[in-house]
Design a protein around this ligand. Structure first.
Ligand code: G6P
Length: 372
């Protein structure tokens, strides 16, 4: 009913709007007064976490994209090798797992069969499994050694939005916590990022307040057949997520690429007026990547692409090459997906509406897939 949708036309719009609160709720009580993480609720003893020598993340769909970002955060802040794998592929390749492997299973519903089968396989091999889940008491957390719940609240729209942002928050918490309990050379950075994370809900809110031009742009592209997405580092999974949202909601051909791969094939797709969304890394931090992406934007624009550039506030280098510029607040490099994903959700939702599609219940899809 309209009341359930809180005055919004679709659950998806309501859930997009709820993201600042969902993010804040997921952080609540997990950062103590001294700015350290307290994750006692994760019932894997610190002594075990200190011995972990490999992390494997398994998930499906949007949760898998959160897992791709988690890999970068975990490896950076802990120096533990980490791989992220599609849950549906995982157990069929005889993965190497033992008592020192920490498997992180990410699932909004906690009922996705592929993810469940992956974690069962991991536990049979002796690995410890930590679930990141949004649904209390669901099967995946019940069958795991430990759980870190995301506090997004119920997500009704099939296309995941607020659950994704809170999965990211939970992944950052796990990465930072592992770094904290194991002690790494990144101690100061970990402290600084925990501080930034406490303010990140405000940054998400800022993005939401500036989305009208994104909606207008989406309506103007409603007749297009294809949209491409480019990103690097954490921006690559964001590009994949932007493309997934367009497939799910707008039924458009959409693909995400790692920007560095452009020259190895995808650039052949560029033609006059093809919309290409580019997620630009911060010019601070890994500035080499920033400069490389700016060259990519120049290259595709020279070949006729219509560039839709998502870039940090104050990044002037992109301005001459952006046909459309979407600004996001400055964040630490690894946290950027929390703000960069939001315009892509709004973009997909508005495009779906403009094309007359059913936003909350896209054709052929289910909110949770309980078969393999
Ligand atoms: C389904 C949904 C996706 C979701 C995926 C994983 O395919 O349509 O939106 O990302 O399942 O769901 P989970 O509940 O495990 O996060």
């Amino acid at each position: 009913s309209a009341a359930e949708k809180g005055g919004y036309d679709y659950f998806m719009l309501k859930e997009i709007a709820e993201q600042p609160k969902a993010v804040a709720d997921t952080l609540l009580g997990r950062i103590d007064g001294s700015g350290s993480l307290s994750l006692d609720e994760v019932r894997i003893p610190v002594s075990v976490l200190r011995e972990v020598d490999k992390v494997v993340i398994v998930a499906c769909g949007t949760a898998y994209h959160a897992g791709m970002i988690a890999k970068l955060a975990i490896e950076h802040w802990t120096r533990i090798p980490c791989e992220t794998e599609l849950a549906s592929e995982f157990r069929y390749r005889d993965p190497i797992l033992d008592q020192r492997t920490l498997v992180v299973a990410i699932s909004q519903s906690g009922e996705t069969m592929d993810t469940l089968m992956a974690l069962r396989h991991a536990r049979e091999q002796g690995a410890k499994v930590l679930a990141i889940c949004n649904t209390n008491g669901s099967t995946i957390p019940r069958e795991s050694d430990a759980v870190l719940y995301t506090h997004a609240g119920p997500e009704v729209a099939v296309a995941s939005t607020k659950a994704f942002l809170t999965q990211l928050v939970a992944c950052y918490l796990v990465a930072l916590y592992l770094g904290q309990v194991r002690g790494t050379k990144w101690g100061d950075e970990i402290e600084a990022v925990i501080r930034e994370l406490s303010d990140i809900a405000g940054a998400v809110d800022t993005v939401l307040e500036t989305m009208e031009p994104v909606r207008e742009l989406a309506r103007s592209l409603a007749h297009k057949d294809t949209v491409l997405f480019l990103g690097r580092h954490v921006g690559y999974p964001v590009a994949l997520e932007g493309a997934l949202k367009l497939k799910e909601l707008a039924y458009m051909h959409a693909e995400g690429f790692a920007a560095g791969e452009l020259k190895h094939g995808p650039i052949a797709l560029i033609e006059q007026d093809l919309p290409v969304v580019v997620v630009v890394p911060s010019p601070r931090g890994r500035s080499v990547l920033h400069d490389k992406i700016v060259s990519n934007i120049q290259e595709i624009r020279a070949r006729g692409a219509r560039t839709i550039v998502i870039a940090e506030e104050g990044d002037h280098a992109v301005v001459p090459y952006a046909d459309h510029l979407i600004r996001i607040p400055a964040t630490p490099t690894l946290l950027q997906p929390l703000v960069a994903t939001v315009p892509l959700q709004v973009f997909a939702c508005e495009l779906a509406t403009a094309r007359g599609n059913e936003v909350d219940q896209p054709r052929n899809l289910a909110k949770s897939v309980t078969v393999e």
